[in-house]
Every structure is written in structure tokens, then in C-alpha cells.
Design a protein around this ligand. Structure first.
Ligand SMILES: C[S@@+](CC[C@H](N)C(=O)[O-])C[C@H]1O[C@@H](n2cnc3c(N)ncnc32)[C@H](O)[C@@H]1O
Length: 375
């Protein structure tokens, strides 16, 4: 999609998927964190106008509605800090927030403070978060630009310096692969976003590998900034442009909840997924019963890499941290792998302590009939 010029523009399918993901993450995020904190903060650096041409809500309104639900039975507080660089869109956003408030009872609205600003994402957002004291409390930051590279590494670093901060960033690789090789200014912008020049090795990659190379470089950038766990979500807009939403957190619980949100995104939005560890890079549809064939390949390799095999608990942890799959998918898969004689389990029954080893036939089993002697 070309960058829109009007205050409000049509919502495309990948934006609908992004909003679905955001809603499904914030719905559990807010109650979990409110159970232990008086105040939590949601922030955006590229807020948009809060509405699309057919009246669909923008991301700040999606978040507002999720927070109303979270606060209904909890006397706690949510702070929203919103920054938008276009004056007309910033004004429209204020109007949309006022309308959202009209839909809900005053006792809930009172507990959601919305501070919205017209300004450059950086440094306005950090300044405002500092002034309000939000950096010392649980904070979710959405940096949803048109794909950049326009989010300074320094901003990511200062956000990640606080362990209770999580961030979701939109990253579109095409601009850099198309224009940065021959343009010093664009390469500089890339360096500022990645916090270094290693990403420029993209120019030596085969054309089919360039996007995934940049995606992995950007995940590494988030890790270097200080987010210990990252997860990405791949979207394709109606012009065929690939966009990644990359999530960074320092909490395994955040990672787990984001995966649950990801796998429950409405599959009608046409979003697909690939596990970076899967050598075959198989495309996965987001569906209730996801295709676990790539996870089977990934786990088989992981099991074979240790002579003592792995416990089911280890496989679950590995699945959470290193794949796109959920730990809850592991037990059923191990059973299937055992029954298909891909692996052996000790003991036979699959629990967290069960060890999973590369398949060895049971010593008492007779010769396999399909291996009869030829001579
Ligand atoms: C992709 S749109 C945001 C959409 C919104 N998050 C949503 O999902 O409804 C990006 C927004 O960032 C704004 N923007 C672009 N550059 C900016 C900057 N440097 N600082 C702040 N806002 C900026 C644009 O005006 C636009 O409204």
C-alpha cells in the first residue's frame, strides 16, 4: 500500500490482522499485570487517526476497548500515552478517543488516562513516558510506523532498559533491499534503525533470502537492544508487500501470551507464518489446529543433537523460546512421534519428566519383516 496522504485511509486486511493480534494480546496482558500493579501503561509512537474510512477502529481505540473490559471489575488504572506526527491525524485521534469514552460508563473512563500528543515519535514518546513515570511500571509500546526504517535503535535500547517494558514494532524489509544499496542516506537510516551496519550483508544474499535475512537481523537488533525474547508475525498487504510485526519482551510469560494471541488471529485475514528454524520454511496458516509438521522436524533435530535425548519439559521450554509453536502443542506431538516410531520414550507414558530419544527398536522386538534377507 502506498503511504496514505489523507487524514483517514481505508483499512487493509493486514491491518485487520494486526488489530486482531493486538486485541488478543492486550485482553490477557492487562488483567494479568493489573492483578499485581496499581497502574500499567500502553503507548504508541505512530498512533494514526484512531479510525479508518469505513469506521473501523484504529489501534489506540482497539486498545481502549480491551482496557474497558479489563477494568470492569478491577479498581485499577491504565495510562495511555499516544504520539502522532501528523497534526490532522493527532486531532482526529483526540476526537475518536472522546467518542470511545462516550460509549462507556464514567467510573471506567476515569480509570483510563489518555495523554495524546502531536509530535515526532522520537524523542516525544520517551520524554512523555519519563515525565509520567511510566518507564518504571509495566509498559507495552506499539511502534507501528509504515515499516521504516524509522525507529531509532537508541529508542529501542532505552525502552528495553526497563525489564517490564515490551514492544511491538512494524518492519518492512523492501525499502532497504530496493533502495539502500546505492543511496548513502538510506543506508545511514538503516544503520540508525539496526544500531550497526551488519544488516548491509543483505546485499550479498540471494534474492529469495533477503527478506528473511533482514527479519532475522531485526530480531537480533531487538535482542541487542535488551529484549531477551523475540517473536515475529508476517503479514502481506494487498500489494504483495511483506511486513513483519516483531515483538520483544524480557518475560517468558509475555512470549507465551503473544504466541497464544498469534495462533488465535482470525485466519480470514489471510496471514501466514513460517518458523525460522524450519529448514523447509513451510508456510503455516494460522488456524485452531495448526500444522505441526515443521515442529516435528525441529524437535527431531533437537532430540538427536543430545545423546541422552531430551525431557518433555525441555522440549516444551525449547518450543516456547526457539520456535513459533506453543509449549502446549508438545505433549500430543511427542505421543504421535512415539507411535510413528520417530522417537522412543522412557517410560512409555508421556509426562513432563519423560525422556525422548532418537528411535531405537525394543531389544525384544523380532526382526522387521520388511527387511528380509535378499540372498
Ligand atoms: C501505520 S500508521 C499507524 C496506524 C495505527 N497504529 C493503527 O493501527 O491504526 C503510521 C502513522 O504514523 C504517523 N507517523 C509517520 N511518521 C511519524 C513520526 N516520525 N512520528 C510520529 N508519527 C509518525 C503517520 O502519520 C501515521 O498516522
Amino acid at each position: 500500500m502506498a503511504v496514505p496522504k489523507n487524514t483517514v485511509w481505508p483499512r487493509d486486511p493486514h491491518t485487520a490482522a494486526k488489530h486482531d493480534l493486538l486485541k488478543k494480546y492486550l485482553q490477557p496482558w492487562a488483567p494479568i499485570l493489573l492483578s499485581r500493579n496499581e497502574t500499567i501503561t500502553y503507548a504508541e509512537g505512530f498512533s494514526g487517526p484512531g479510525i479508518y474510512t469505513e469506521g473501523e477502529p484504529g489501534s489506540p481505540i482497539v486498545a481502549y476497548e480491551a482496557f474497558v473490559a479489563a477494568l470492569r471489575h478491577r479498581p485499577k488504572n491504565i495510562r495511555m500515552v499516544l504520539v502522532e506526527g501528523d497534526k490532522r491525524r493527532a486531532a482526529e485521534l483526540q476526537e475518536q478517543i472522546a467518542r470511545a469514552r462516550e460509549r462507556h460508563p464514567e467510573e471506567v473512563n476515569r480509570r483510563i488516562s489518555v495523554q495524546s500528543f502531536h509530535g515526532e515519535c522520537h524523542p516525544t514518546l520517551l520524554d512523555r513516558l519519563r515525565i509520567s513515570g511510566a518507564l518504571r511500571q509495566p509498559l507495552f509500546v506499539l511502534l507501528d510506523s509504515y515499516g521504516g526504517p524509522d525507529i531509532p535503535f537508541a529508542l529501542l535500547q532505552q525502552l528495553a532498559a526497563h525489564r517490564s517494558t515490551e514492544a511491538m514494532v512494524t518492519f518492512a524489509p523492501a525499502f532497504l533491499t530496493r533502495f539502500a544499496q546505492k543511496n548513502d542516506g538510506h543506508r545511514e537510516a538503516g544503520n540508525a534503525a539496526f544500531g550497526g551496519s551488519e544488516w548491509q550483508a543483505v546485499f550479498d544474499q540471494r534474492s529469495g533470502d533477503k527478506f528473511t535475512f533482514l527479519r532475522d537481523q531485526y530480531r537480533e537488533t531487538l535482542r541487542r537492544a535488551g529484549f531477551t525474547h523475540t517473536l515475529y508475525f508476517e503479514m502481506v498487504d494487498e500489494g504483495g508487500r511483506v511486513l513483519y510485526l516483531i515483538f520483544g519482551t524480557s518475560h517468558e510469560k509475555g512470549l507465551e501470551k503473544m504466541k497464544e494471541a498469534m495462533w488465535s488471529v482470525d485466519s480470514d485475514h489471510g496471514v501466514r507464518y513460517r518458523d525460522p528454524r524450519d529448514v523447509q520454511q513451510q508456510q503455516l496458516a494460522l488456524e485452531l489446529e495448526p500444522n505441526t509438521e515443521p515442529l516435528r522436524r525441529i524437535l527431531l533435530e533437537y532430540i538427536s543433537s543430545c545423546p541422552r535425548g531430551r525431557s518433555v519439559a525441555e522440549l516444551r521450554h525449547y518450543t516456547l523460546l526457539d520456535t513459533v509453536y506453543k509449549p502446549t502443542q508438545v505433549t500430543a506431538l511427542v505421543r504421535q512421534m512415539r507411535d510413528a516410531k520417530d522417537v522412543s520414550t522412557e517410560p512409555h507414558k508421556v509426562t513432563g519428566e519423560t525422556r525422548v530419544l532418537p528411535y531405537t527398536p525394543h531389544p525384544e522386538a523380532g526382526p522387521r519383516h520388511d527387511q528380509g534377507a535378499l540372498f
